[in-house]
Design a protein around this ligand. Structure first.
Ligand SMILES: [Zn+2]
Length: 461
């Protein structure tokens, strides 16, 4: 097996992947809080950890990927109240949307997708273990984690206790000092408050769990303790992951995960963004506009640890890269082995993934392979390219077909293309953009060919 190294936030080093159970890798990644449709930023961890699981499966590991869904939360109560509807109904609707929106990414589903609302037994048990061992204390119907009782606290986020702030105090109308022993402490269980329309029983009275405890409970439920990779966005390192780690260490006497991986944030930049896509780009809208192939390519184009700029031109670039591959596929011999003297590029591709899952570097090697195949023109089998693409979730790309006469197949599409060119000529980019979306909905993509824009069949529809 290839040696795989990953960046671990706790040690701030690249560490060799040494699975707890030989041949198996368990991954837990924090999923969305379902109070609205998910945006491209929520899709990043979903895609990063889905692709990582694919790569590890390619390397011969049996993988288990768990991505939870937070369906009990202040944000959900607030959003439901603003819409005058039951919070459970809003959460169920947004969970269904999340499932459908991520489904269109075409990467398959995680092995387990637990909901906080259905994990109350394990959550309450975990809190009880913390209370029993003195790491937590009930106070006025809440239960708090006693941060100073955990010697390892701060070791994940590399913060000193004095520099910490648990962020928004979620204990409600009561001033925190009234219930907490120490301002550093955080809530494991929150007493029911008026206006909250969901409630669960517990030994400390009716209420609901804090956010951090649900992940400790769910991860342990599906992967046990000391599992291999815990993932999530870099915005979760503190306090969420620090608290998850503390809860498990304190209750079980062991570290929750061996490697902690964090993906960078999507950055919304550029003045055009606000008008064309909105500052928060809902995933379903981005996919509708650019197609899933371009969205997956875009997310694979940046190193997972780095921030990734989001703008129409970034998505256009990704779309062009997809097109280059589809164009190469047209000339390749399908289901045939690739020339052995091109195998170095494939090896470089997988070596890049093995070194902290460097997808941009891997794509560089993939395009080296494509360039070489294009140079040879004939007699190149597509097997190696397909193998690389499959790990990136792009294994189903279809070759570009030459359409002799689009006008004969879909005259209206040609009319739409002409309208778009006119709009572009008048610098009415909003209309031009809308027409492009309309064309995509009809199954056509616009390409700038040598003789001006042409229509080609859209991929991934
Ligand atoms: Zn979490």
């Amino acid at each position: 097996m290839r040696e795989i190294r990953l960046h671990d936030t706790r040690s701030d080093q690249l560490v060799q992947l040494r699975p707890r159970d030989t041949g198996r890798v368990g991954i837990y990644a924090c999923g969305p809080t379902v109070y609205s449709r998910i945006h491209i930023g929520n899709a990043r961890p979903y895609v990063v950890f889905s692709l990582l699981a694919r790569f590890l499966a390619h390397e011969g590991y049996e993988t288990t990927l768990v991505i939870n869904i937070t369906d009990v939360n202040d944000k959900i109560y607030d959003a439901a109240r603003a819409q005058s509807r039951p919070s459970a109904e809003l959460a169920a609707e947004m969970t269904a949307h999340y499932m459908a929106d991520t489904e269109t990414l075409g990467l398959g589903r995680p092995d387990h997708e637990p909901l906080a609302s259905r994990t109350m037994g394990p959550i309450v048990d975990h809190i009880a273990a913390l209370v029993e061992s003195g790491h937590a204390y009930p106070a006025g119907g809440d239960v708090y984690f006693r941060v100073r009782s955990d010697e390892g606290y701060g070791s994940l986020s590399h913060r000193r206790l004095d520099d910490m702030d648990q962020g928004e105090d979620e204990s409600g109308p009561h001033p925190p000092a009234e219930r907490k022993e120490d301002p550093l402490d955080f809530a494991l269980w929150k007493a029911h408050k008026p206006g909250e329309d969901t409630v669960w029983e517990s030994p400390w009275g009716p209420g609901r769990p804090g956010w951090h405890i649900e992940c400790s409970a769910m991860a342990e439920q599906f992967l046990g303790i000391g599992f291999d990779i815990h993932g999530g966005g870099s915005d979760l390192v503190f306090p969420h992951h620090e608290n998850e780690a503390a809860q498990t260490r304190a209750a079980r006497g062991q570290e929750l995960a061996r490697v902690w991986m964090h993906n960078g944030m999507i950055q919304f930049t550029g003045e055009k963004m606000a008008k064309s896509v909105g500052n928060i780009a809902p995933l379903h809208e981005v996919i509708e506009r650019y197609g899933r192939d371009a969205v997956v390519m875009y997310l694979a184009s940046g190193h997972y640890r780095q921030p990734l700029a989001f703008s129409p031109s970034e998505l256009d670039d990704a779309d062009r890269r997809v097109h280059r591959i589809r164009d190469a596929l047209r000339r390749l011999e399908s289901d045939r082995p690739s020339p052995p003297d091109m195998a170095q590029h494939k090896q470089a591709f997988f070596a890049a993934l093995a070194e902290d899952f460097n997808t941009p570097k891997a794509l560089g090697s993939l395009f080296e392979w494509v360039r070489e195949a294009n140079r040879r023109e004939t007699g190149v089998g597509d097997a190696d390219l397909r193998e690389m693409l499959d790990v990136l979730g792009l294994g189903e790309l279809t070759p570009v077909e030459s359409v002799g006469d689009v006008a004969a197949i879909d005259p209206e599409a040609v009319a739409l293309l002409e309208q778009r060119e006119r709009a572009r000529g008048e610098r009415d980019f909003q209309t031009a953009d809308r027409l492009r979306v309309q064309l995509r909905a009809r199954g056509w993509e616009i390409r700038d060919g040598p003789a001006g824009p042409e229509l080609i069949p859209a991929a991934g529809q």
